[in-house]
Design a protein around this ligand. Structure first.
Ligand code: ATP
Length: 232
């Protein structure tokens, strides 16, 4: 097991818990999609896995060891985090952005040859898709054992999303454990081995991705809140 949670609880301030009871696991070589409606607790779960927010209950385990280490220590343990905010320094060139990573510039360019012609341009002049390739290439070039990717595809065209997910799939095939939060549900299910669906901070579905491929009704069903249905 590369990374897992056991009855995870995440709470912001004194309010209700954003995550109530999430137990999930991601193995090396596996892409796991974490799905759910807005506000279901996906980002909070990723942040707890990365050490950006503390677990208010339950545990986070990295390589089977319970951890409460902060993000910078987890990065040294091999966790790569791609947050919702596209993490590029717009005033720096593509090359300098890559130099700031923990991996080599050439490895990142091998992963995304599309960036070759732009290495000396400021990253701020790249398209949204190229910026996300830069961010993902920088994280993957560091050869993490775990990749946590939150909304990789935010605002991007499906063809770019497919390109990014292909790179994520290839990383998993080379042994990385990948947890993917994704609004492009069908594309995520195509790329994933396993799917968790959260609703109101709880896991409401935990199963293989294959039976959900090409099954829009089954996916819609997972998103339906039966309690809300009964109330209406
Ligand atoms: N920093 C914060 N402070 C207070 N509440 C927060 C904070 N971040 C998230 N929340 C709340 O926690 C709950 C879960 O939010 P979270 O962002 O984890 O969900 P999500 O499934 O990632 O949603 P989205 O798809 O909209 O990003 C929501 O009710 C949200 O308002």
């Amino acid at each position: 097991m590369a990374i897992s949670t056991d009855h995870l609880v995440v709470r912001y301030g004194a309010g209700n818990a954003a995550v109530h009871d999430v137990s999930l696991e991601v193995r090396r070589g596996e892409v796991v999609a974490l799905l759910g409606a807005n506000g279901a607790g996906k980002t909070s779960t990723i942040h707890a896995l990365a050490g950006e927010v503390p677990a208010a209950g339950g545990t986070v385990l990295v390589s089977g060891e319970k951890t409460s280490a902060p993000l910078h220590r987890r990065v040294r343990q091999g966790i790569g985090l791609l947050t919702e905010e596209r993490c590029v320094f717009t005033g720096l060139t593509v090359r300098d952005n890559l130099r700031l990573g923990r991996g080599s510039v050439s490895d990142a360019l091998d992963l995304f040859p599309e960036l070759h012609d732009h290495v000396d341009r400021p990253a701020g002049l790249l398209s949204g898709g190229q910026q996300q390739m830069l961010a993902l290439g920088r994280v993957l070039a560091a050869r993490p054992s775990v990749l946590l990717a939150d909304e990789l595809s935010l605002g991007l065209a499906p063809v770019i999303v497919q390109r990014l997910l292909k790179a994520v799939r290839a990383a998993a095939d080379s042994g990385v454990a990948v947890l993917l939060v994704e609004q492009h549900v069908h594309l995520a299910i195509e790329a994933a081995d396993h799917v968790y669906v959260l609703r109101r901070g709880k896991v409401v579905h935990d199963g293989a991705a294959a039976p959900l491929r090409g099954a829009p009704d089954a996916i819609a069903e997972l998103y339906l809140d039966r309690a809300e249905e009964r109330a209406s």
